[in-house]
Design a protein around this ligand. Structure first.
Ligand SMILES: Cc1ncc(COP(=O)(O)O)c(C=O)c1O
Length: 417
């Protein structure tokens, strides 16, 4: 079939291929622990009751017509207050835009700031930047990261690429790793951007930062979330934030995202989102506007974070215990989001059926078949397929189910020769 060059250039999601494999096994009656999708099982992690009631009540009040193109004013006011009280950020209602979840924001930021052929810098592993670069025919500059830096990019790794680049796309806590920028690491990157922008003329596009902090409310232990504008206020004109309620309220299907940044950029994004019709449903906006102002936010987040941390810690400790027993596995301490970074270093080993495991995808499919546990290799997030690190996403399993996975993984690994 003849379709556009753009349509032909898009790559399908590797996670969907893994889901296909899982579904095949499920059809055969197998029970697979699915740690692949960055989503929640609403029966395990439901949205806040208070939010649910407010959504229903907004429909009863007939809040069903088009919302304003930049979002319902009451929600932009609530988001402004939320950002101030939780992160100390000062953004007025004309610097905030609402969209149908945060994905349209990311696309709108790319469309607003990046031209065809422009350099966009982002780390690997990271989430979906490659697809947005494909959509725009931008020049994707992929910065490989290291386990010793928790797979977060460093200023040193980014520095060789900043000359002339249009955008630096960062995310913390990071999907897929569940790790975060330290204050110092992010400060160094901010200083690099400030330094680069000083070299650009008045009529040149500056180097912008897309800062995705959709997981900022889901941080654990002593790990604090940092953002470029609080650390370096002079960057305020150059940073556009991606944020929203999808992850912190386990509300991925509710579709309320908020972005914020310089008013002029937000205004352009408003036109882009308007043309896509990618608004958040009005009733959900009205409900979120009220919910963000309630004390229930703290109660809900406290409980949600504690349960998510228990799940993450259970899998983390399970992997560390396997490592201590001498298995070639590892894990990075969970810091934020709903993800855990796991190493299963079994490339070059052979299965009982005599199949050589060459790539991280081979290892993953072996674990699916033998241990009935499905992870996502970092190669789905832009790394080389020889990188034997994986993402485990814990929104769709109970802590009990997770505990049961460790002996199955151990039994599967023992069989490899
Ligand atoms: C880092 C990151 N940003 C944005 C999104 C998109 O979230 P939404 O469901 O609000 O579109 C996701 C979803 O997985 C994500 O992981």
């Amino acid at each position: 079939m003849q379709v556009s060059k753009l349509a032909q250039s898009l790559h399908g999601s590797e996670i969907i291929k893994i889901a296909g494999e899982i579904n095949e096994l499920k059809k055969k009656g197998e029970q697979i622990a699915n740690l692949t999708i960055g989503d929640f099982d609403p029966n395990i992690f439901p949205i806040p009751d208070g939010l649910k009631e407010l959504i229903v009540s907004a429909y009863h009040q007939n809040q069903t017509n088009y919302p304003p193109a930049d979002g319902v004013l009451a929600l932009r006011e609530s988001v402004s207050g939320f950002l101030k009280s939780r992160l100390g950020l000062d953004y007025g209602t004309n610097e905030i835009i609402i969209s149908g979840g945060s994905r349209p924001l990311i696309y709108a930021i790319f469309l607003t700031l990046v031209d065809e052929g422009d350099k966009v810098i982002f780390p690997a592993p990271s989430w979906n930047n490659n697809h947005y670069c494909d959509l725009l025919e931008a020049d994707a500059i992929i910065v490989p990261t290291k386990p010793e830096n928790n797979f977060m990019p460093t200023a040193k790794e980014i520095r060789p690429h900043v000359k002339g680049a249009a955008m630096l796309s960062l995310c913390s806590p990071l999907n897929p790793t569940g790790t975060m920028f330290s204050k110092e690491a992010l400060e160094q990157i901010c200083d690099l951007v400030i330094e680069e922008n000083k070299t650009r003329g008045e009529d040149e596009k500056p180097l912008y930062i897309l800062y995705d902090q959709i997981y900022s409310q889901l941080t654990f232990g002593g790990h604090e979330h940092f953002n470029p504008v609080s650390l370096r206020p002079e960057l305020k004109d150059y940073v556009v934030f991606v944020d929203g309620g999808s992850k912190c309220f386990a509300a991925t299907g509710v579709r309320v995202g908020w972005g914020f940044g310089p008013a002029a950029i937000i205004n352009y994004m408003k036109a882009v989102i308007g043309h896509m019709g990618a608004w958040s449903p009005k009733a959900e906006q009205v409900a979120m506007a009220q919910y963000l102002k309630t004390d229930d936010v703290n109660v809900y987040l406290g409980n949600f974070k504690q349960r998510m941390k228990t799940s993450l810690d259970t899998l983390y400790k399970g992997f560390i215990s396997l490592k201590e027993k001498g298995f070639a596995v590892d894990a990075i301490e969970p810091m934020g989001a709903i993800y855990l970074t796991l190493k299963v270093d079994y490339a070059g080993k052979t299965t009982p059926e005599g199949k050589l495991l060459e790539t991280s995808a081979d290892i993953n499919f072996y674990l699916i078949k033998e241990a009935k546990v499905a992870l996502v290799p970092f190669s789905a997030f832009g790394t080389d397929d020889k990188v034997n690190w994986f993402r485990a996403s814990l929104g769709a399993s109970t802590a009990q189910e997770i505990e049961g996975m460790i002996p199955k993984i151990e039994a599967a690994l023992v069989k490899l020769k």
